[in-house]
Write a protein that binds this ligand. Sequence first.
Ligand SMILES: Cc1cc2nc3c(=O)[nH]c(=O)nc-3n(C[C@H](O)[C@H](O)[C@H](O)COP(=O)(O)OP(=O)(O)OC[C@H]3O[C@@H](n4cnc5c(N)ncnc54)[C@H](O)[C@@H]3O)c2cc1C
Length: 505
Amino acid sequence: MTSVMLSDPVVEELVSIVGRDRVFTDPAARFNRARVPAPFPVHRWAEHVPDAVVLPVSAQEVSEVVKLANRHRIPVVPRAGGTGLTDGAVPLQHGIVVDVKLMNKVFELDLEDRTVTVGPGINMMKLNEELRKHDVIYPDDPASYPCSLVGGRIGTSGWSLIGGRYGHTRDLVISFEMVLPTGDIVRVGDGGGKKVRKSSSGYQLKHLFMGHQGTLGIVTEATLELVPRPEAEFAAFFSYEDYESAWRSTGALARSGLATLAGVVLFDEWKIRYLRRDDEAYIPQPDSVKAVVAVAMYGVADEVRPAAKRIMRIGKESGGSYLGDEISQGDWASRHDRYATPLHGRLPDRQVAPMSWHCEDASINWSQLPKVREKWHALVSDLIERHPIFDDWGMFAYTNGAYKPWGDYLTEIDVGIWEQELDDESWEAWVNCKRDIAAVSLEHGGSISACHGSCRAGEVDLVPEELGGGFEVMKKIKKALDPNNIMNPGKYLLDSAYEDGGETL
Ligand SMILES: Cc1cc2nc3c(=O)[nH]c(=O)nc-3n(C[C@H](O)[C@H](O)[C@H](O)COP(=O)(O)OP(=O)(O)OC[C@H]3O[C@@H](n4cnc5c(N)ncnc54)[C@H](O)[C@@H]3O)c2cc1C
């Protein structure tokens, strides 16, 4: 599809809402907004291209676009940084993409009650550049820190690399304004107060409207938590000659009970091999290294210094060799620089291929990590045998709970994909593999996704199994709030809510 499917009068209505210079119907603007970094059946790109893109600058404009979409029964898909890894911002059923990038203002900085109120189009790096001069930060710190935006962080209910210390997006967003699927504008948070962190008034709506992948509305403003800019930062990397010892050490470090602990991450042998081979940001480690455990801490110097001593003791007592300051501090400092790495890969029989990558990101309890790792690698290796356009880029497990990091881990397997070589057969094999990977997570009492969401083909089939009766509640909520199914249709199997007599597009 290269021609616009919306009728001219509808496009003219959009123009009357946001102005001619903020409505795009040309193929470049539309194809561009159909893409996300996750592997994508490029041979079927045209199936998911929006008919028009709008760039609103106010909640009122967003509301008018959504009302128009309701009148004409046109799908609406919110898009922020477009870095999501579950196809959330991909317009599966065409329609209008609402790109929030121009809604990037800082509206209010409140240093007394420690909040900042922003538009959904700002990224964390820019925001923190502003905040730094006031000695505070907004500590949502994903690996996509420079390129994901506040709206997308709420849309996905994101996960932060320093979430053990400061919490994840759901803990850091205090309240937000959003346009509901009917076009009504509401504010949700903990209770009514825009800056209140804990309330028992009514339903806790903030959580309902986080992680819905744009299926329940569009965030137009958010009030965020500020924390003191950390005085001290400490990172230590330990190496191990086998996975088992590294896994035990990870558990011991995560259970240390230190309040300054921001995260503990365990890289397995496949991951180390991949980093050695393909990652320009990687500082090489000795060949004997088969697994690495990294620890990060933040806080005031008087807390971090003694806590660092304890971390060094636990790391060494549990069999780790300290990899030195250059690797520890250097590798930790480069945690946001890996965006470009997945754009190419080195397949065994080829030099460099333009590649994309995908990560399965389950929540898995510590006790289950070794078994899940074995099964996931086996599934991916079977896939590679049949389709050599895939490559196993290794696994990591990262403490997942905010403030209580010991229980479950964001567990990722990264799979490199030579996307341009995808065809129907290899795409189907990939989708089946993703479903099998998700099934292993459920078998081991885990959740299909810890941070990206579970919308993609394959894994999404198991969401009803994971959520049980909760999935039926999700469908009822979706239908009640979005009677015409205009908000991001096709996601999370929610179209099924409309099958028995409700409206479908
Ligand atoms: C290199 C790399 C590293 C990554 N590291 C991490 C990580 O450490 N932690 C992590 O959590 N994720 C990570 N991700 C995934 C991704 O960055 C996150 O999911 C992020 O939260 C998406 O934000 P975005 O602004 O790009 O949103 P988009 O991709 O544009 O959108 C994501 C979802 O939110 C919806 N949405 C967008 N804007 C709004 C809005 N205003 N209102 C309502 N819904 C909206 C979209 O419809 C979509 O469903 C990484 C991705 C990459 C490419």
